[in-house]
Design a protein around this ligand. Structure first.
Ligand code: G6P
Length: 345
């Protein structure tokens, strides 16, 4: 077992460290998937069906598709698709690391029966979902043992970024190369101060805007899966519509705030949070003095594009969950009540 973990204490940590390779690998694999990409290119609108972490990665895809490719794209949870399937949607993509999630497969089958064209994105060769879809994209992240998904998420995001890059004639080629360059750097950050705040928390709120909203949801999902601390991912603008009532010194907030178009409004959200005495952990750009001033703990990322910040923050939030769970003595690779893939509807 020790040998299989490659010297790491847990599979999850090993898989976190495999992400620079997984990301690069998926980028090159997708470049060869012309047929798959052409089917998306020809679509008028896209529905993505997925569960759990795969649904969060799919949400990043929907932002990219709308923004970079201008193709209307919605994400529907596999378990909810049957309640509002739209036969008019011409392309349905099932996204599943294992390719065995019953709800996602059922949704894809239903879409097919309704006449939709179906595609699949999966990590596992020959998995059940590949028998439903007319064309398959393999992310090739390598086997993932830990129940909590890490490298499979980063590979899905890599696939979605590369698909949009190719669909829009290499608009984000530079950003993708930059992510590959900087990914190893974020594996050695010292997160101990943030971990200390998290281990003492009753509830954690993760907030972001745009693509950082799904990043926040995935960060919160990782935390609750393996540390058993209640955590919610929220669109930052929604805080005042409810979660503000939860803010207290026992409710740390983790905010993603990078110098992009939403920086001013994110910054004012963070100040509102501080004014309500919640501890604030901020992920932002190195040398951002204003952010340093407002946050209790600042986790600094190198100066990368928004795309880079999406990937690098996701990796940092995985590590935050991991180290918090280890500090609390949790069974990191096999959290209670959870399974790697859920094969019943
Ligand atoms: C389970 C796993 C999650 C995973 C989800 C969807 O809940 O514990 O890590 O995200 O299933 O799995 P899939 O294989 O379809 O991506």
């Amino acid at each position: 077992d020790v040998a299989r973990k490659g010297g790491f204490q847990h599979y999850m940590l090993k898989e976190i460290f495999e992400q620079p390779d997984a990301f690069a690998n998926t980028l090159s694999v997708v470049k060869r998937c012309n047929e798959f990409i052409d089917q998306i290119r020809n679509a008028h609108s896209v529905t993505v069906v997925a569960c759990g972490t795969s649904a969060n990665a799919s949400m990043v895809f929907s932002y990219l598709m709308e923004r970079v490719c201008h193709i209307p794209t919605r994400v529907v949870l596999g378990s909810e698709f049957k309640y509002f399937p739209t036969p008019g949607t011409d392309l349905v993509i099932g996204v599943s690391q294992s390719g065995e999630t019953a709800d996602t497969i059922a949704a894809l089958k239903l879409a097919k029966n309704l006449g939709a064209q179906t595609l699949a994105v999966t990590n596992v060769l020959g998995s059940s979902i590949t028998r439903v879809a007319s064309s398959v994209l393999y992310t090739r992240a390598g086997p993932e043992i830990s129940v909590a998904a890490t490298k499979s998420f980063i590979s899905q995001v890599a696939a979605f970024m590369q698909i949009t890059n190719l669909l829009s004639d290499h608009q984000i080629e530079f950003e993708l190369a930059e992510i590959r360059r900087y990914l190893p750097d974020v594996l050695s950050l010292d997160l101990s101060k943030a971990v200390e705040l998290c281990t003492a928390a009753d509830t954690l709120l993760y907030i972001g805007r745009g693509m950082f909203y799904p990043v926040a949801m995935e960060g919160a999902l990782k935390m609750k899966e393996i540390s058993y601390i209640h955590a919610e991912g929220y669109a930052a603008g929604e805080l005042k519509h409810g979660p503000f009532a939860l803010l207290s010194p026992e409710t740390p907030v983790i905010g993603m705030c990078f110098p992009d178009a939403v920086y001013p409004v994110m910054m004012s959200n963070l100040k509102e949070i501080k004014a309500r005495s919640a501890p604030l952990i901020a992920l932002g750009r190195k040398d951002d003095k204003d952010l340093d001033e407002v946050a209790d703990v600042c986790i600094s990322l190198p100066a990368v594009s928004e795309y880079g910040a999406v990937v690098l923050s996701s990796v940092i939030l995985q590590q935050l969950a991991y180290h918090t769970a280890v500090a609390l003595g949790r069974d990191v690779d096999m959290p209670r009540n959870l399974a790697k893939s859920v094969t019943v509807e």
